[in-house]
Design a protein around this ligand. Structure first.
Ligand code: G6P
Length: 365
């Protein structure tokens, strides 16, 4: 076969392991020295006053993450929605809007319908896709490939981190055009991004501790994922991955929303995965984590060495990630989220690559 498992037991583990390579490929494709090689004649952010991003599933969480980047780095107002809601809402689209569609397959019916809704209204239709020949790519003014290679596992992994990589480059391009970052700041972000393949490779070493945590997570009926800021969309992606392949009910919450409901669920039977690199919001997340611990919640803290030293006490498990620029943490922290889902599914004996009731590409409404 053209695509095989290359010695892995599942496509999903092969695709997780491929991430350093495929992200490297995307960087090589888009970076030309210190320049981001995305044609300005096809997309000029100087003229744009609003970005509307639409997608489904994992691609939607890539969009939610990118919203933070576009807003913080490029000061560009962003709206994000799931395609099935967006398409029927009849949202007003102003002329200065770039409509951006993210899709691994490029064939998701709702995303394509949302694109067609925007076609005559938006200034530009841009897509971020893995399949350049797809319908979504063909119907876009500009289609940016993510270069993840064929993704076979139903649960998306490498496509997610490649989507994030391309979206981050796009946000930097917007920041440059809009003058919201200096050339030095952009160069620093690009240098950080180029360390990502190596960092992901290092994060893969956590497979051992993740496997042992997963054996216990597999016993849980409900699992909560918490994150703040850039870790909030990733908490959603971690919960989605887990429910897709392990069939355990998992829910993501913004850490600060914990006390507005989900804290009522916490007892010693509910594991809580806290995604928290030592960033500017760390202390706030830690205080939410303590609220969980005070109710005997079983905390699995995913952080870096400094975070572990400062706040690891009392956690059920601590995963120590390599240090990373806070802006880029969602790309790196996707890896333990994927590995947690994978090893929990293995511990439960579910069909990792072909989970029940799910399709790789949803081409019907
Ligand atoms: C399905 C897949 C998901 C994927 C979503 C969107 O639900 O199982 O993995 O994230 O569709 O697919 P797309 O191809 O548009 O990214």
């Amino acid at each position: 076969a053209a695509v095989d498992k290359a010695g892995h037991k599942h496509f999903m583990s092969k695709e997780i392991a491929e991430q350093p390579t495929v992200i490297g490929n995307a960087l090589a494709y888009y970076l030309d020295g210190g320049n981001i090689d995305i044609p300005s004649d096809a997309l000029d952010f100087e003229q744009v006053d609003r970005l509307t991003m639409v997608a489904c599933g994992t691609a939607f969480y890539a969009c939610l993450t990118a919203k933070y980047w576009f807003e913080q780095l490029a000061r560009l107002p962003v709206e994000v929605d799931v395609a099935s809601e967006f398409r029927y809402r009849e949202p007003p689209i102003s002329k200065g809007t770039v409509a951006l569609f993210v899709s691994q397959s490029g064939e998701t019916a709702d995303t394509l319908a949302a694109l067609r809704y925007c076609a005559e209204k938006a200034d530009r239709i841009v897509s971020v896709v893995n399949v350049p020949e797809s319908s979504i790519a063909r119907e876009s003014d500009l289609a940016l490939p993510i270069l993840a290679g064929a993704e076979i596992g139903v649960a998306s992994t490498k496509a997610f981190t490649c989507q994030l990589t391309v979206l981050f480059l796009l946000a930097l391009k917007a920041a440059k055009a809009r003058g919201t970052l200096t050339d030095d700041q952009i160069a620093k972000h690009l240098a950080d991004l180029q360390t990502m393949p190596g960092l992901i490779q290092q994060a893969m070493d956590l497979a051992g501790p993740i496997r042992s945590a997963a054996r216990q997570l597999a016993e849980a009926r409900d699992i909560l994922f918490l994150g703040r800021g850039l870790m909030y969309p990733l908490a959603h992606e971690g919960a989605l991955k887990l429910k897709e392949i392990s069939y355990i009910h998992a829910e993501a919450y913004a850490s600060g929303e914990l006390k507005h409901g989900p804290i009522a669920l916490i007892d010693k039977h509910v594991p809580v995965v806290v995604m928290a690199p030592r960033d500017a919001l760390f202390e706030k997340t830690v205080s939410n984590m303590h609220e969980v611990m005070a109710r005997n919640g079983k905390v699995l803290l995913v952080t870096d060495r400094q975070g572990a030293d400062e706040a690891g006490d009392g956690a059920w498990k601590v995963l120590r990630m390599p240090p990373v620029s806070p802006t880029l943490a969602p790309i790196l922290y996707a890896v333990p989220a994927q590995l947690l889902a994978y090893h929990t599914a293995i511990a439960k004996g579910t069909d990792v690559d072909q989970p029940r009731n799910l399709a790789k590409s949803v081409t019907v409404e």
